[in-house]
Write a protein that binds this ligand. Structure first.
Ligand SMILES: NC(=O)C1=CN([C@@H]2O[C@H](COP(=O)(O)OP(=O)(O)OC[C@H]3O[C@@H](n4cnc5c(N)ncnc54)[C@H](O)[C@@H]3O)[C@@H](O)[C@H]2O)[C@@H](O)CC1
Ligand SMILES: Nc1ncnc2c1ncn2[C@@H]1O[C@H](COP(=O)(O)OP(=O)(O)O)[C@@H](O)[C@H]1O
Ligand SMILES: [K+]
Length: 496
């Protein structure tokens, strides 16, 4: 079953507590399933036959450690050689973990984590069951010292989370070095937000999520999935909308051309670039199916917008930061047309309270981190950690500005003013590191504008746009530059 959402610690606790309270399962059952799931993932991906293998298991004082004791017992039954090291014993607050520690002590021994004198030979596999979703503060890097030296090249499986990673924010809570980076992270029921956000993917290695029988319960943040097909039916070109992309002056038109080409490739019926007179020759020399109209100022822009068939706008890529551009944005917002506001448009809006107050629910703002901080400095300043991560801050920004916000990155978060939040992770099997290239953001803006022209609602256009953007990059892989992205779309669309 493919997870539909990524959960917070609080959501996961509630899902577990509800299941236990309903009487359908006990905490011990869940812990047993979690331990068994981790062993299955280990056998599938790293160690098919544990017999005779040395496994070093690190157990913490909570239920994450409880999973570790279960894993020790199962691997012992498979004839692995277990060395179990614990950071204290589970207290009364973790009775299931305590019960599993007792069961383990009937068949094996526990040594303290910091007793480096008694360390055995180098392990074939390390299981990190120190801290999971219960991580409450930064981990003292020194606790890893006794084992770090010994791990060598052995793969590390993190149980639920690499110890030190915040499950809500994807950040290492404490000091540098206060985390054990994993080769494979095995989580339970649903991925945690931190598996995808910020540093999460780098520290998790690979990610496996195993079912522990908690049904179809989901968290509030949905994961963006492939769109349902973007085929064209019977209509003519005007059935698929007309997007207008505004360009900056001479020598600045590349970004608008990239965006416009993406809008056309994603299936907008018509796409026009609106440019000042001085830039028109340069643009005309480089386009064919795209159309070109003169937009010198807000006056002729408003005239163009008298055509009701122009049903989506894209403003910002390479636009410029002067009074002309501010006036163009004002005109676009007054027209209430669905609009993508990116790059320079965001900088202008950040500096102009009047423009900001004209934002409306058909706007999609696509800031990168720097632009986001300019737009919402107080939100961006708040440090992330348990209970507050990227999805929360984007949700707050969307609520405040009354439009859809898409905060870019390998962990793109999209939020609507009504409080719907979606996470698109370009990570793990969908990693697309070659998107870190000049102009790729312009292509994303154009994709969303093209989808708006085709009639998609703003949040849907944002989700589909970001998915297609990553997918196109994945089709190309190494060597990708922004110019390639629009022309990779046919393959992506045909595969849908
Ligand atoms: N409750 C359940 O039914 C299930 C829980 N599961 C496991 O339980 C984990 C959550 O368990 P817990 O809520 O007990 O939390 P954890 O086991 O993740 O950690 C909590 C313990 O660590 C201590 N601690 C937190 N931060 C610390 C730090 N920086 N330095 C030193 N000590 C620190 C706390 O005082 C507490 O004793 C999940 O990640 C998952 O692995 C799974 O077994 C599935 C079922
Ligand atoms: N490492 C990465 N993995 C996946 N996507 C990335 C990565 N780095 C950047 N991106 C994506 O590439 C785009 C870059 O946009 P932006 O920062 O506006 O750059 P530019 O202004 O040069 O076009 C965004 O959609 C962002 O999400
Ligand atoms: K862990």
């Amino acid at each position: 079953m493919r997870p539909e959402s990524a959960v917070t610690t609080a959501e996961m606790r509630k899902i577990e507590a509800d299941a236990i309270e309903s009487g359908s399962v006990t905490g011990l059952d869940l812990m047993e399933r979690a331990g068994a799931g981790a062993v299955s993932a280990a056998r599938e991906r790293l160690m098919p036959d544990p017999a005779g293998k040395r496994v070093l298991i690190l157990c913490g004082p909570g239920n994450n450690g409880g999973d570790g004791y279960v894993i020790a017992r199962i691997l012992h039954d498979l004839d692995a050689e277990i060395e179990l090291r614990a950071l204290g014993a589970p207290g009364q607050g973790a009775p299931d973990a305590l019960a599993n520690r007792k069961r383990w002590l009937e068949i094996g021994t526990v040594m303290p984590l910091d007793d480096s004198a008694a360390m055995g030979a180098q392990p074939d596999l390390v299981i990190d069951a120190l801290f999971g979703t219960g991580l409450a503060r930064g981990v003292d890097p020194a606790i890893f010292d006794p084992v770090r030296a010994r791990i060598g090249a052995a793969p590390i499986i993190a149980v639920d989370l690499p110890s030190g990673l915040c499950s809500d924010s994807g950040q290492v809570i404490g000091a540098e070095g206060g985390i054990l980076p994993a080769t494979l992270t095995v989580s339970f029921h649903r991925p945690k937000r931190g598996h995808y956000l910020r540093d999460g993917p780098r520290f998790c290695g690979a990610l496996a999520v195993c079912d522990i029988g908690l049904g179809a319960t989901e968290g509030a943040v949905r994961l963006v999935r492939a769109p349902d097909g973007l085929g064209k039916g019977h209509g003519h070109k005007f059935s698929y909308g007309h997007a207008l992309v505004l360009s900056g002056g001479m020598g600045q038109s590349g970004a608008a051309r990239l965006a416009a080409r993406a809008a056309l490739r994603v299936g907008a019926g018509l796409v026009t670039i609106g440019a000042p007179a001085e830039a028109m020759p340069e643009i005309a020399a480089q386009i064919t199916a795209l159309m070109l109209r003169r937009v010198d100022d807000a006056g002729n822009f408003a005239g163009l917008l008298d055509d009701p068939r122009i049903n989506a706008l894209c403003l910002g890529p390479g636009l410029g930061l002067g009074p002309r551009e501010a006036a163009l944005i004002g005109t676009a917002l007054v027209s209430a047309r669905p609009a993508v506001l990116d790059a320079d448009a965001l900088t202008l809006i950040a500096a102009d309270p009047e423009l900001r107050s004209a934002l409306h629910p058909n706007c999609v703002l696509t800031p990168h981190e720097g632009e986001f901080a300019r737009l919402f400095p107080d939100i961006a300043d708040r440090s992330e950690g348990p209970g507050w991560g990227k999805p929360d801050l984007v949700a707050e920004a969307a609520r405040r500005s009354g439009c859809v916000i898409l905060l870019k990155g390998p962990d793109t978060v999209i939020a609507t003013p009504e409080g719907n939040v979606m996470l698109h992770a370009a990570a793990y099997e969908r990693a697309a590191p070659w998107l870190a290239t000049a102009g790729s953001g312009d292509v994303l803006a154009g994709l969303i504008a093209g989808l708006l022209a085709r009639g998609a609602a703003p949040a849907a256009a944002a989700q589909t746009g970001v998915w297609l953007h990553t997918e196109a990059a994945r089709h190309m892989g190494a060597g990708l530059i922004a110019e390639d992205l629009p022309d990779l779309l046919p393959r992506v669309l045909q595969d849908l």
